[in-house]
Design a protein. Sequence first.
Length: 448
Amino acid sequence: MMTADVLVIGGSAGGILTATTAKKVYPEKKVVLVRKSKTVMVPCGIPYIFGTLKDAAKNRIPDAMLANAGVELVVDEVVKIDKEKKTAFLSGGEAISYEKLILATGSLPIIPRFIGGCDLENVFAVFKEEEYLTNLLNKLENMNDVVVIGGGFIGVEFAEQLSMAGKKVTLVEAAQHCLWQAFDDNISSIVEQEMEEHGIAVRTCEKVKKLAGNGVVEAVELESGEKIKADAVILSIGVKANSVLAAEMGIKTNESGAVLVDEYMRTSENDVFAVGDCAEKRCFFTNKNVPILLASTAAMEAKVAATNLYGLKYVRENRGIISAFSTKVFSKTVAAAGITERRAMEETFEIVAGKFSTMDKHPGSLPGTNKLDVTLLFAKTSGVLVGAQICGGECAGEMINILSLAVQKGITANELNTFQVATHPLLTSSPIAYPINAASLDALVKMK
């Protein structure tokens, strides 16, 4: 029997970072990571295989990260866990004993059983496996009409990349806008306009009735009765926690199947932790269950779990999910952190919005300059930042990280109005019109 002090099951972002962090914090411990697949995909990079990279192998997370950290990798599948004997059994017949166990089993794409025809050929869910994605890439090569069902981040990014690859793309979303969970209507509308200007047919407020075809998909039929020609269909309507092992162990899960964890990512079973998509997510503001399954969130959870495996060595608990997002669709970068205005109203938060528009370089006549629109949401009474949304150039991707930290630390409009920034004509907005400061001042004036 193989032995491990720390056994990590799952090899994507959460599993990798849990294993490498555990080895750094507890260098004397033997850390073993077991994963089913020979290679691991960069989760957020998967859409870019189909337009920019054109090769799934270019989207791998290198195994050198594990080897360099001193983590032992086992490529096999854990099929059973005896929690009493603290032993995991592999499909190849070997067993691994452990002291501490981390479940990082990830998620699986939702295949909508309420939509007929999902079992037709050339209907694809988005699995995170290199062989599957390579096969999908090859099949799509000679196809022209592609329908993407679902207007979340993966759906929007797939639509963009397939369009760049020369496909005729239709994106169908049941809600009023794409990306509606992350952004308010104004930014979602900008993204939709950007897609439409690049030839993507965006169909919001449309529900799919069924997928039609004789063995092979030929069309997507909407509830309105309209049929959209389809050589292939990409299902992108979300993912669900892969918690099969946890459930078989008797570990508590929530109503959606995600593993229940405390602030330190500890499960209901002693010495068993869960991180990443398989673990339940709680909102930073309301403590409600929220389905925010991101690699960046998994990374935070991995550090919390790994540093506290053998007692609360670093007392930094998981206080909840901020919902920090960013993406680029053709020439537009959009980013968000915290709650949206729509959600604030639903949760009855009293907020004040500070807004500012400027250019992301100064002067604005410099080449490659983009307009930058920033909206900051503050609690009306305390002035604490609770949300932010940015639309503009690529700098929005890093600027939102500043604002995500500000949300987590409870920074106020007054503090953001006067916080000191480094500026440069080629890199940032002007120091006399830096958007975070300026939007905060706009909010302060409104509070008075």
